[in-house]
Design a protein. Sequence first.
Length: 241
Amino acid sequence: MEHNKVVGLHKEKHAKTKISSVRPFSHIAQEHMLPVVVHEFVVAGAEFPVVFVKDQQTERFQPVVLLGLASQQNLMLVDDKWQAMYVPRVVRNYPLVLVQEAPESDRLMVAIDEASERVNEAEGFPLFNDDGSESEFLTVRKQQMGEYVDYAQMTQVFMEKLKSLGLLKEQVLTVTINEEKRNINGIHMVDDQKLNELSDETFLELRKLGYLTAIYAHLMSLQHTQKLVQKLAEREEAAKA
């Protein structure tokens, strides 16, 4: 997202601000992956591959859904229409975002990306009522964003557990598009062989933590990589026509 202009939300400054529902996905048109939380694995994994990427600086793992097979390639967005039933939580509240109050602060504040084409004063959902109180639209969004922060923390705990058990392996995804082999690097997934070799005690612990459902949802979601391959093949064929 280039040229974004994220500023803190203020009821005086944004008293008349509205959020239009036009082109709600334009800000992710060039995203080939989106972060997801562990609570989304089952629903997101029913439509997209859920995989893990590693932040080289922090060594932390982040679950993501794959939307494309190369950088800046979103195959799930066609003519600004979302080609799936499920919309990942991370994109639902934009152009509202949570940001740190100060560089080292733990406190988060609600901000708005004023560069978004959806921010205007003419049409859409108002952020504040005429009396200056928060609109229902804003209240619901703030609640969802707060929930997302909690879920993201739980997701980090889940990832740390998988990491500590040595369950994550880097895997080069090799796909064949119009008879041409291509490799996708930097993807991590659960090593199902290591999962099966865990002691009964550890396996039971994962079950009690509710992690097994998420692990299996992730493993089963990998079959959707084929769907992306098909979409890309169709797109490339159409471009030749």
